[in-house]
Design a protein around this ligand. Structure first.
Ligand SMILES: *Cc1c(COP(=O)(O)O)cnc(C)c1O
Length: 384
């Protein structure tokens, strides 16, 4: 967004909250290292500032899904270990090695391409072999994983690469009673044993996302990989951020564009799915689904405006939503509506929005539109 001062809304990101959350997660991790997962533009918070704040809070690793995101981090001058786990055949792995990235390998083709990039560049890739312990997504299931392990250890013996990690991802980490989680732990333990028996000198074994970091000590191993909790959102259903010692790092606010009187019986927004019950006052808020306000939050999404939490009236439009002020004449154009934040002033949270839209808080923050300017408060991670 090239003219942030002319945009009527902003996302205020508290860097100190990010650093504080990482420190809190390090406490849960009890000696395991913390990899702050900053994929998807740091869950919408801004990749580089969030990564640096996480490092200031004690994250010794950063994790991103896309290789391109890892490249962006390093090219922005971010130091330290960075792991990436999503790239497809033909990706520029020579560049990845030049940038000193750690690479996940979850398929035979990826191992072959990492080896080829190593031979072409003379560099020694650090590889984390991904085992599918039951999520049914990335990595190889155990029998095939063992074949991939054998190939990787052969390449290691030739001095082409180093197997530094074995890792996996959980299907139901937030549910401590899930038998799936127990089964995944068992498979993971077996994979690690096979790697070590085969001659791998593993630096890090890692399995835990935010939820497992907080609720499941058996899963922590050498390194935990929290994402959502780094940004202060709760990964544990039914437990609020504050209960877990976390602080939501983002506040989204918009300046009211228009306030006007409306008669009883006035249909509001496309399709007239809302009708005013009495003579009232309507406020027009300049954010819509193009900004990541879920259309599923039509007639439901909350915001703090004029000292009260009010809900969207009618459908969410591309660039605007309407709020029925229910006759309140205290709100003026230019007043600030807070859509979500940490909750300090009674504003809704990203979790409240998730519930209003039938989704999860992850989706609320990661889909926040790129055109909403990110503004930073706090100093964590900034140059002294
Ligand atoms: C996104 C992701 C994480 C972080 O998950 P949270 O639930 O946000 O903590 C960890 N590991 C992998 C592989 C991921 O894709």
């Amino acid at each position: 967004m090239s003219h942030p001062d002319s945009f009527p809304a902003r996302a205020v990101v508290d860097l100190d909250a990010i650093a504080g959350n990482v420190a809190r997660l390090a406490g849960y991790a009890r000696g395991a290292q913390v990899m702050a997962v900053v994929k998807a533009d740091a869950y919408g918070h801004g990749l580089v500032p969030a990564a640096q704040a996480a490092q200031a809070g004690g994250a010794t690793w950063l994790g991103v899904a896309q290789l391109a995101e890892a490249m962006d981090l390093r090219e922005a001058g971010v130091a330290g270990r960075i792991l990436t786990w999503i790239f497809s055949p033909g990706a520029d792995l020579a560049r990845a090695l030049a940038l000193d990235l750690d690479l996940s390998v979850g398929a035979p083709w990826a191992l072959a391409e990492v080896e080829a990039a190593a031979r072409a560049t003379g560099r020694t890739p650090r590889v984390h072999l991904k085992v599918d312990t039951g999520l049914g997504r990335g990595g190889q299931f155990l029998p095939a994983w063992s074949d991939m392990l054998a190939d990787a250890l052969r390449a290691q013996a030739e001095g082409v690469l180093e197997v530094v990690g074995v890792w996996s991802h959980l299907a139901s980490a937030e549910d401590v009673t899930s038998p799936v989680t127990d089964a995944q732990l068992e498979v993971f333990t077996e994979a690690v044993a096979r790697a070590e028996a085969g001659g791998a000198h593993l630096e890090v074994r890692h399995l835990s996302n935010s939820a497992a970091t907080i609720v499941n000590p058996a899963m922590r191993f050498d390194l935990v990989r929290p994402g959502l909790a780094v940004f202060g959102l709760s990964p544990v259903p039914g437990r609020a951020s504050a209960e877990l010692g976390l602080r939501p790092a983002m506040r989204v606010e918009a300046a009211v564009m228009l306030v006007k009187d409306a008669r009883a019986g006035q249909g509001v927004s496309y399709g007239h799915t809302y009708t005013t019950a009495a003579d009232t006052v309507l406020a027009d808020i300049p954010l819509g689904y193009a900004d990541g306000i879920p259309r599923h939050a039509s007639n439901a999404g909350p915001m703090l405006l004029g000292g009260r939490v009010r809900r969207i009236a009618g459908r969410v439009c591309m660039d605007q939503v309407v709020v029925d002020l229910e006759g309140d004449r205290g709100v003026r154009a230019g007043d600030v509506a807070v859509l979500f934040g940490p909750g300090d002033d009674g504003e809704p949270t990203a979790q409240d929005w998730a519930e209003a839209a039938g989704t999860i808080s992850y989706e609320i923050v990661t889909r926040l539109g790129a055109r909403i300017p990110r503004v930073y408060t706090g100093t964590a991670g900034l140059p002294a």
